[in-house]
Design a protein around this ligand. Structure first.
Ligand code: ATP
Ligand code: MG
Length: 391
């Protein structure tokens, strides 16, 4: 029996005139994401996308798992595609859904008939299919309000499709539909979650990571690659820029008061990231900051950081508790990577008594000890390119 994937668009169905563009973008993303799971043919019809295997060598389990991580999809179903003939539909439903029907108690049938030439109406299809399944699986009862399984029969252009419960999709908007942004990625728990959340809103990601060898190790950078590879299962390919940050950190340490170290470091990160973002046509920065979490994330500290930013800074975790962030990081499977021990450049130079209420005047005064423009430009110029892709 031929199996296909029936994909229901998410929010993008609301986009009216732009719908077609969004659907095309979604298909393009899915095509790329499914590439190494096998060849698929995509058809768009009435806010449903049908992904049909192009040959026998398709790994459907793998494909289903990947579709579940593509943004812009509300729900999807693995379905049997059969001839549009009631006899065939009944026998196929029995055979295809047997493994599911045997394990449950109640069901109902829903029918969708977009091919109005089909001889039976939707209620007739439901009645016939329900009656047939009840005869074949006598342990079942029909429950129209709260069934264990909803059996759906969809009569469309070329085939009838039969499937069980719909699987929840990743939601959000197709990657790229909202433009491109640069995420400042550390090896921590927060920034990968922030990256995921903004990619969900349709942003294509580039990433910037600051490394301070020999204070930070090669393994710390590998950890960032692993984190981004996991995020890229949702966001699609990510361009990573690894910025050499040792000189800047040493200069701040040697020339600025210790209590303001972190705020100056953050401002330097933002400046460098902005240059890289602009160079890569990204229109915003993304960080994993959350108010009050650490000294550099108090409101006055964030104000000092924002003072050097000309592009918008998206902080999707700003109002979240740590346990809420952890829950998402477990869901997207970055948590176990994030808690690996390797040092980040922030922890290496953390001051003992950071100022929690820095003023902009004070920070700007302290920064005069540095040749900010030269340092920032050099760091951006010396950033190393690492392409990241999960598949
Ligand atoms: P995370 O868990 O993301 O590391 P955090 O709670 O440890 O966050 P900080 O270390 O203060 O907080 O970092 C705040 C944000 O600054 C991070 O979420 C990230 O966006 C950015 N950041 C921190 N360190 C780096 C780094 N080495 N390279 C790039 N960005 C960084
Ligand atoms: Mg951190």
């Amino acid at each position: 029996m031929k199996e296909i994937i029936l994909i229901k668009n998410g929010e993008l169905a609301l986009k009216g005139l732009n719908r077609r563009t969004f659907e095309d973008m979604l298909v393009k993303n899915m095509r790329r994401r499914l590439e190494s799971a096998g060849k698929f043919k995509f058809t768009i019809a009435q806010s449903t996308i049908i992904a049909e295997p192009g040959n026998e060598n398709v790994d459907m389990d793998e494909a289903i798992e990947r579709v579940g991580k593509v943004f812009g999809i509300a729900g999807f179903s693995r379905a049997a595609a059969v001839e549009k003939d009631m006899e065939t539909i009944l026998r196929s439903a029995e055979e295809y859904l047997a493994p599911q029907l045997l394990g449950i108690r109640s069901f109902k049938v829903e029918a969708k008939r977009s091919d109005k030439k089909f001889p039976l109406t939707s209620p007739e299809i439901c009645r016939e299919t329900g009656g047939y399944l009840l005869r074949k699986f006598p342990h079942l009862i029909v429950d129209v309000h709260n069934p264990d399984l909803v059996v759906t029969v969809e009569i469309r252009d070329t085939h009838a499709y039969i499937h069980g419960n719909q699987i929840k999709g990743a939601g959000g908007m197709p990657t790229g539909s909202a433009g491109r942004a640069a995420v400042l990625i550390s090896g921590g728990i927060d920034s990968p979650v922030a990256a995921y959340m903004m990619a969900k809103r349709g942003l294509e990601l580039i990433a910037v990571h600051f490394a301070s060898p020999p204070y930070t190790s090669e393994r710390a950078e590998q950890k960032v690659h692993s984190l981004l590879r996991q995020v890229s299962k949702y966001s699609g390919r990510i361009t990573l820029w690894v910025v050499p940050f040792t000189e800047i950190q040493e200069l701040i340490k040697d020339n600025c008061p210790e209590d303001i170290f972190t705020v100056i470091m953050r401002r330097m990160m933002m400046r460098v990231s902005q240059i890289i973002a602009t160079r890569d046509k990204a229109g915003a920065l993304i960080t994993g900051e959350s108010v009050g979490q650490v000294a550099s994330q108090t409101m006055p500290a964030i104000a000092c950081t924002d003072a050097v930013c000309e592009m918008p800074v998206f902080r999707p975790l700003i109002g979240m508790d740590k346990d809420e962030v952890v829950a998402i990081s477990r869901k997207i499977e970055t948590f176990d990577i994030s808690i690996l021990p390797y040092e980040d450049c922030c922890t290496v130079f953390t001051p003992k008594h950071p100022k929690t209420k820095p003023t902009l005047d004070y920070v700007e005064e302290c920064e005069k000890a540095l040749d900010v423009d030269r340092l920032v430009e050099e760091a951006a110029k010396n950033a190393r390119f690492v392409p990241i892709s999960a598949y």
